[in-house]
Every structure is written in structure tokens, then in C-alpha cells.
Ligand binder design. Structure first.
Ligand SMILES: [Fe+2]
Ligand SMILES: [Fe+2]
Length: 192
């Protein structure tokens, strides 16, 4: 089977060790296009040497995800409130655990984890959103989009880490597995 598009040729030159850049804008756009595909996303592999900075962005992302899920869990109203709120609360707890695990790995690597609230939003891969009051569907979509974004960014981080740092890679793979479960849970609740 051959790829007739020939569009992958340009990737090699920009995937050198010194040029790791997460194209979050493109991933966010692609994530929006195929919401019905649930956790299945378009991604590509990269490689470079910025483990501490990348992990600190993961910490920020997980904290923002905890904030968003917690806000939505408390704001949820309506006939499906109990089920949706319980799911958001469960996910929120797991996002905070992800932040702590990434922070502990940073400490192992000799760095202080960056929980600075002043820079959380700009460092996070995902947005903190506040859907209209009681709009459960908007909340579910916001969180599914966020999960699809982190699934793609974490996949890229795992590929970039490759064999250079297997421990951090396994951590990210473990977190990634739970993000996919989150996306699947939300897809089921949305009924898409
Ligand atoms: Fe997470
Ligand atoms: Fe998640």
C-alpha cells in the first residue's frame, strides 16, 4: 500500500532534535473537524530535547483541565445532572493526579514544577471554558474537545520522547491512556 498524497515528505526536515514545537493551533482545528471520531485523532511524530519545559506545560494543562471539569461538575443542572456531574468530578480528580505525577517526574529530573497561576492559561494546551449555565451538551463538547487536544499533544510528546527518556515516556503513555478513556466516556454521554 502506498501513500499517493506525497504530503509526508516535508516532515523529516522539521522534526530535528532542536526544533520541537507543538502546533497546538493545528491540532485544535483538526480536533474540531471530526468530533464524531471520539478519541481518534490525526497526529504526527516529532523529536527534540525540552523535557522539563514540555512537562511543565503538561502540569499547566492538567491543572486547567481540573479547573474546567470542577467548574462544570458544580455548574451542571438538569435531568442528566447527576450522571454528567459525577463523570466530570471523576475526571477532575484524575486530571489533578496527572498534574501531580508530571510534577513528581519534574522533581526527579531536577526541576521545580511550575504551578504558577499567572502563566497556567498561556502554558496549557487546552482552554478553561464556561459554557452557558446548565448547558450540559456544551460542557460535554468542551471537555471532549479538550481531551481530543491532549490526546494529540501527548501522543506527540510520547513519540518525541521515544527512547531518549523511557520513564517520562511511560508516564505520558499512562496519562494518555486515561485521557482516551475520558474522551470515550464523554463521547458515550454525548451520544455522537
Ligand atoms: Fe489529564
Ligand atoms: Fe482527561
Amino acid at each position: 500500500m502506498s501513500d499517493s498524497s506525497g504530503s509526508n515528505d516535508s516532515k523529516d526536515s522539521k522534526h530535528s532534535k532542536d526544533s520541537f514545537v507543538l502546533d497546538v493551533t493545528r491540532i485544535r482545528e483538526e480536533a474540531r473537524k471530526k468530533m464524531d471520531a471520539g478519541p481518534i485523532t490525526n497526529t504526527y511524530g516529532l523529536d527534540t530535547d525540552r523535557v522539563i519545559a514540555v512537562l511543565n506545560d503538561v502540569v499547566a494543562t492538567e491543572v486547567v483541565c481540573w479547573l474546567r471539569y470542577t467548574r462544570h461538575a458544580i455548574s451542571a443542572v438538569g435531568i442528566d445532572r447527576a450522571q454528567v456531574s459525577a463523570e466530570f468530578t471523576e475526571h477532575a480528580a484524575e486530571e489533578m493526579q496527572h498534574a501531580v505525577r508530571a510534577a513528581e517526574r519534574l522533581s526527579q529530573l531536577g526541576a521545580d514544577p511550575d504551578f504558577d497561576p499567572a502563566t497556567l492559561v498561556e502554558r496549557s494546551h487546552t482552554d478553561y471554558t464556561t459554557p452557558p449555565h446548565g448547558d450540559l451538551k456544551a460542557m460535554l463538547k468542551d471537555n471532549l474537545l479538550a481531551e481530543r487536544i491532549v490526546i494529540s499533544t501527548y501522543q506527540e510528546i510520547v513519540r518525541w520522547l521515544g527512547d531518549h527518556d523511557p520513564t517520562t515516556r511511560r508516564l505520558m503513555e499512562s496519562i494518555l491512556e486515561e485521557e482516551e478513556e475520558h474522551a470515550d466516556d464523554l463521547t458515550d454521554l454525548l451520544g455522537v
